[in-house]
Design a protein around this ligand. Structure first.
Ligand SMILES: *Cc1c(COP(=O)(O)O)cnc(C)c1O
Length: 384
């Protein structure tokens, strides 16, 4: 094998395109000394809001803090049930628990890997019948960049007077029915962890919303709940600000994002062409455009996955397992899950359990070629 390696992610190739701009921007912040709340934070917020077509963007310190600030603003806490998919990154479940609320895990669809609306409705009904917890919020996750069924989530939240929060951490740039993520639900949480579709050089995140009152609460909560004047604390908040340096780096990287998303879509199409019909792929619902944060396939079982992953490794093709355990099996969350719905306990989560044994993510970043994607797919196909 003399083929060059294909990495799962590449967070450095992009730098060559904008290095002078990055260096100029970083030097300007160093010269200014405004390391917190510099003007670059507001510049980034305006750019994010314009890109997503939303009224307000609020920069925060990470995707996890974005989720936490959004739930703190609603007053989510003890006695509240927060419904979220069992197959997602741990941060989605961690936040309600940190706030004293109870996560209620919902199964996902086999085709989209996103929250299953029928199962969501069933679990809300179970919680209501029991009357112990108050159905309070739904966190929809756009897993691997593919939008969840937001029209259905919004309809359920409107009917039940629940808060709809979009965990779009993996999906910035995706759209649904012609509308970029950010306007779906009451608010959307973004992560700029380095490997996301828009990545910082450290931790960073943002909240997007059309609701001016919520945006104001988010600004207050990210700065220790400070009100109109400094040291006038109106609400219990946190230190959740976005650094000026990360903001200016993200401003420079925003100039590349449209082209990068277009390349991600080309790579996704190349993978789909090569793999559909042979392995499970994530299928977009009508009107959904994937941002391809990750390209993830579904293999028949854990043995096939181990075999394919070993072959990819031998061919110097990167791969990863997102996620090897559904959240209700995580030691830290199992007790909360068991206690979330009483009686006979919560219904099973068979699709989430199956996916955790079957999924495998293949290289996906804008600085690889469609030939790279076809080569990675070829290794999968010859090792099924
Ligand atoms: C990355 C991620 C988060 C957390 O973002 P951080 O910036 O790492 O805190 C939350 N939810 C999902 C689905 C994620 O992928």
């Amino acid at each position: 094998m003399t083929d060059r390696p294909i990495a799962l992610f590449d967070v450095k190739a992009q730098q060559a395109l904008i290095r002078p701009e990055l260096d100029r921007r970083i030097a300007a912040v160093l010269d200014s000394g405004r390391f917190i709340n510099g003007p670059e934070v507001a510049e980034l917020e305006a750019t994010l809001a314009r890109f997503a077509g939303v009224a307000h963007a609020v920069g925060v310190s990470s995707g996890t803090d974005a989720l936490q600030i959004a739930m703190m603003a609603e007053g989510v806490g003890p006695g509240d049930a927060v419904f979220l998919p069992a197959f997602t990154y741990t941060a989605t479940a961690e936040v309600p628990l940190v706030l004293g609320a109870t996560p209620v895990f919902v199964d996902v669809e086999a085709e989209t890997f996103n929250i299953d609306i029928a199962d969501l409705a069933r679990r809300i009904a179970l919680v209501k019948r029991e009357g112990r917890l108050r159905p309070r919020a739904v966190v929809g996750v756009d897993l691997f960049g593919l939008p969840a069924d937001w029209r259905a989530i919004e309809a359920i939240c409107a009917a039940e007077q629940m808060f709809a929060l979009d965990d779009a951490a993996q999906a910035f740039g995706a759209s649904l029915h012609g509308q970029r993520l950010g306007r779906w639900g009451h608010a959307a949480a973004l992560s700029f962890y380095p490997t996301k579709t828009l990545g910082a050089y450290g931790d960073a995140g943002a909240l997007l919303t059309d609701d001016a009152d919520r945006a104001e609460q988010y600004r207050m909560l990210r700065t220790h709940g400070e009100g109109k004047t400094r040291y006038e604390v109106e609400r219990t908040g946190m230190n959740g600000r976005l650094d000026t340096l990360q903001a200016t780096i993200l401003c420079a990287k925003m100039t590349l994002l449209e082209d990068e998303l277009a390349q991600r879509r080309r790579l996704g199409a190349a993978y789909d062409d090569a793999l559909a019909g042979s392995v499970g792929i994530q299928v977009a619902r009508e009107g959904a455009e994937n941002a391809y944060g990750l390209y993830t396939i579904r293999l028949p079982d854990a043995a096939a996955r181990a075999r394919v992953q070993a072959a990819l490794g031998a061919a110097q093709v990167g791969s990863g397992i997102y996620y090897p355990k559904p959240l209700h099996h995580q030691p830290a969350y199992a007790a909360a899950h068991a206690g979330s719905i009483g009686g006979n306990g919560p219904p099973p989560l068979p699709v989430s359990e199956a996916l955790s044994q079957q999924v495998l993510s293949l290289p996906m970043h804008p600085y690889m070629t469609e030939d790279d994607a076809r080569r990675a797919a070829g290794v999968v196909l010859t090792n099924l």
